[in-house]
Each structure stands twice: as C-alpha cells, then as structure tokens.
Design a protein around this ligand. Sequence first.
Ligand code: C2E
Ligand code: CA
Ligand code: CA
Ligand code: CA
Length: 276
Amino acid sequence: QAKPARGGYAMYVSGQEQESVRRMALMADLQRAIRHDELSLYYQPKVDMASRRLCGAEVLVRWEHPQHGMVATQELILLVEQAGLITRLTTWILEAAFRQCHTWQSAGAGQELAINLSALDLYDSGLVDRIEGLISTWGIAPGLVQFELTESALMADPVGAMETLDRLKRLDVDLFVDDYGTGYSSLSYLQKLPVDGLKIDRSFVTPMAANGDSATIVTSTIELGHNLGLKVVAEGVESEAVWERLALLGCDIAQGYLISRPMPAQQFQDWQQAWR
Ligand code: C2E
Ligand code: CA
Ligand code: CA
Ligand code: CA
C-alpha cells in the first residue's frame, strides 16, 4: 500500500513494517491501558461433566483499545512479555480477580476462579508472596483459587518451576497444567509436579469427534491423568458430539463455546442463574 509521506512522496510500507509499527504503537499504549483500566476480566464457565453443575470459571483478560477495539489476548500477552510489563499486568489481573472473588464469596455465590500465569511470572520472586497477601487481604477461601500454568512454561525452567509450584501449593491453592499435549513434558517430570490436574489443549479437543488422531491423544491423556490421580479438564468443547465422547471417556470437567463463551462478570452472574 502507498502511504503519503511527509514530503508528499508516496512511501511504500511493507506488510511486515506496518505490522511492527502497529505493535510499537500498541506497546506505547499499554502502559496507559494498565493505568486507566482499559483492561477487564472475562469469565468462562467450567462444568462438571458428571453432574452438569457449574464448578468454576477461567479468568481471561481483555484489552479494549479506545481506537483499535478488542486486542487479541494472545497478542496482548506476547506484547506485554516483550515490553517487560508482565509483572505489572499479572499484578493487575490478580488484584481484579481476587476482588471479584471476594464480591461473589460475600454474596454467598463463591466461585472457583482459575487464573492464568505467564511463563515469565514463574521468574518473579515476589509472585507467591503477592498472591498470599491478596488471599489474606480479601479473606478468600484457598479452595476457591486455581492457577493454570502452561506445559511449555513449566518446561522452560523445570527446576525453577517446581520450586514456585511447591511454594504455591503451600498456600493450598489448586494448580493445573495448561495447554497439555503441546509442551513435550516427560512423564517422570509430570509425576513429580505438585499439580492437581491437567487441561487438555483445545487443538486436540475441538476436532476429536472427526479426527481419529486427536481422539487418540485425548483418550490417552485422560487415562494418563487419572492414573496419576489428576483431574482432567477439556477446553475447546464446541459440539455435543465432543461432549458425548468426553463423557464416555470419563473426562472430569468441560469448558468451551458449547457451554458458553467468556463473558464479563455481570453477564456471567446472569448466565449462572439461567444455567441452574
Ligand atoms: P488459554 O489459557 O488456553 O485459554 C483458552 C482460550 O481459548 C481463551 O482465549 C478462550 O476464549 C478460548 N476458548 C474457550 N473455549 C473455546 C472454544 O470452545 N473454542 C475456541 N476456538 N476457543 C475457545 P483467549 O481469552 O483469547 O486467551 C488466549 C490465551 O491468552 C489463553 O489461552 C492464555 O494463554 C492467555 N491468557 C488469557 N488471559 C490471560 C491472563 O489473564 N493471564 C495470562 N498470563 N495469560 C492469559
Ligand atoms: Ca488457561
Ligand atoms: Ca478447589
Ligand atoms: Ca489452550
């Protein structure tokens, strides 16, 4: 595309250059976004497959940029990590999530919240103390708090990750390995991790009714998880056919568009009333 340059000459900006200009601008806006509450949290229901009861929600951050609209969350996290701002973002997310957890808990509608941690959060030596402080400030029952850590984040620094997980477990929160199946962890490592469950990545779950290889991976992951005494969550459940297959396989918890898309807190509350 031709763009008029300052002197009036057309300047040719390649797609790649344009993309990097856009990313730089976004990065500059991020600081403001964190300060000015352009960020918000969405909640996606998790359902116990055997009872069909709501059993919690995953917390997913959203950034609604005043000019560009909703920024894709995957891109947001990547940008934040590159900009060295992840500690600030995670702190913002933790504070907002615990505040919401407290609100629901006080209203007698205590909700298990699953909060995502980034790979770089595992290198933040202040993380566990901050979480402990928030749990005590807001008077949250530890049973209501879960953290999801991606398999690849854990594998990036297996020894350091183990230490952080041990410290988190001492707070009595539940830990899940996220995006399971995409990160090449070894069985012996998995066995040593102080985690409560596995979350099977949606790249295997969503196509499993139509794709034999995906179905095989999901089947063996559920069996593996159960053999290790772990809870198994399937994300990306988009169809009845997949729900039925997962139920037959004894998968514990399902999450996905079939049940609901992620939604803001108020909408989640309304949804919850209708689901019951
Ligand atoms: P994730 O942890 O694997 O989260 C699940 C993603 O799948 C979410 O995308 C969710 O909206 C989407 N999803 C849920 N059900 C379905 C479904 O049935 N079909 C399809 N196609 N997608 C579904 P989202 O919210 O865009 O987040 C993308 C990733 O960004 C997350 O993947 C997670 O890695 C990261 N992320 C999101 N929120 C946070 C956060 O608060 N902190 C950190 N560190 N990372 C976050
Ligand atoms: Ca997750
Ligand atoms: Ca729990
Ligand atoms: Ca995933």
